[in-house]
Design a protein around this ligand. Structure first.
Ligand SMILES: Cc1ncc(COP(=O)(O)O)c(C=O)c1O
Length: 368
């Protein structure tokens, strides 16, 4: 584990040395951006550090309403609700939907927040093979006695794959299933306006699709949110014990969210840039014959058959002042990987530096 001695940008400081940073999830480079920091500091001056109360009691501030209004506008939905972390979003949403389904159909490499979010009242969980819509359909076909809900990551955190939502949605319609997408890694990145995986597949306004999202990745802030119909958001605000029983998002975090949504709207070129950078790096990695994935997202894994080789690459990069971790993360995987992420703020020189180091390591070690 690297102990940071700076904030995150295209470089970070570890052990008093500077490293190029191809890790984490700061895809648009907003986490350390000057406008956001200025807004956060003036917000702390006015509102302090915490509202020290839950939203349903005395913790709702005008700032929360402003943030939720901006999120609704960004997502083109009637209303939005914010809460303490993206991780809690799946539990909050699945709880709000629990009367509408009796079995849940889950991608087998789903994020742990999805697994932790399954309501205890749901009698049956089925795992379909990763991104395999045919297997999903087989499971739905043979389990018609249930009211189904399908849930998947939109973009997978470790592999950067985009779930085949277009095909999954057709199946969801055929079997009258609700579809939930955890879009933590797609918000702000995919789709014409950065609204995420459904928008990427032109499913943005389709019925029976719900998204859970976070402000902690491309938005560079913190906290989870759900945008949707006034009805579902109202239900969460009135009934969710997680929402009602936890302290409201604190002033600096709300201010960061507000500033970041504004930046997203003002600077659509950041989205274009991160995907341009990602495509460039992925193409180079593929040309070196490393095993990786093909979808154009900022997460670019380099797969290995052994932990030893994954560690060796990550360590070699570190020795060359580049951070790209060999991740240990609670998602089911049958390969070892170095997780490279690119952002809109990486320069061509920095990217070419990474590519040169990858090339040198490959020349000495091969690609397995
Ligand atoms: C797919 C997915 N969902 C949810 C989360 C949790 O989001 P947060 O870290 O904002 O709580 C993550 C974070 O890594 C994630 O990768």
């Amino acid at each position: 584990m690297h102990i940071l001695k700076s904030g995150v940008g295209n470089q970070i400081k570890v052990n008093d040395k500077r490293y190029l940073y191809f890790a984490g999830n700061n895809y648009l480079g907003l986490a350390n951006q000057a406008t956001l920091k200025k807004d956060v500091i003036s917000c702390i001056r006015k509102y302090g550090l915490s509202f020290s109360a839950s939203r349903g009691t005395t913790g709702t501030c005008e700032l929360h309403l402003e943030l939720e209004r901006l999120l609704s506008e960004f997502k083109n939905k009637e209303d939005s609700v914010t809460f303490a972390s993206g991780y809690m979003g799946n539990k909050i949403l699945l709880h709000a939907l629990q009367d509408k389904f009796s079995a849940i159909f889950i991608d087998s490499s789903a994020h742990p927040s999805i697994l932790d979010g399954i309501p205890s009242t749901i009698c049956k969980s089925f795992f379909y093979d990763h991104c395999n819509e045919q297997h999903l359909e087989d499971l739905l076909k043979t389990n018609r006695q249930y009211k189904p809900l399908i849930i998947t990551d939109g973009v997978f955190a470790l592999t950067g794959e985009i779930a085949p939502l277009d095909k999954i949605y057709l199946i969801a319609q055929k079997y009258n299933a609700i579809l939930v997408v955890d879009d933590a890694h797609a918000t702000g990145i995919l789709g014409e306006n950065g609204r995420g995986t459904p928008q990427h597949f032109q499913l943005d306004d389709s019925a029976n699709i719900f998204q859970t999202e976070t402000m902690s990745k491309s938005l560079g802030a913190y906290g989870g949110f759900i945008s949707g119909s006034a009805n579902i958001i109202n239900q969460i605000k009135k009934k969710s014990s997680i929402y009602l029983g936890s302290t409201a998002l604190p002033p600096p975090i709300v201010a960061a969210g507000i500033a970041s949504i504004k930046q997203l709207k003002l600077h659509p070129e950041l989205r274009v840039k991160v995907l341009e950078n990602a495509q460039y790096v992925r193409n180079k990695i593929r040309n070196m014959s490393f095993a990786t994935t093909i979808d154009n997202t900022p997460i670019i894994p380099v797969f290995f058959n052994s932990q030893e080789n994954a560690n060796s690459l990550s360590q070699y990069l570190y020795e060359n002042y580049i951070i790209a971790p060999c991740v240990e993360y609670p998602v089911k995987m049958n390969k070892y990987l170095v997780r490279i992420t690119v952002s809109a703020i990486h320069t061509k020189d920095q990217i070419n530096n990474l590519v040169r180091s990858l090339n040198k390591w490959r020349d000495n070690h091969g690609i397995d």
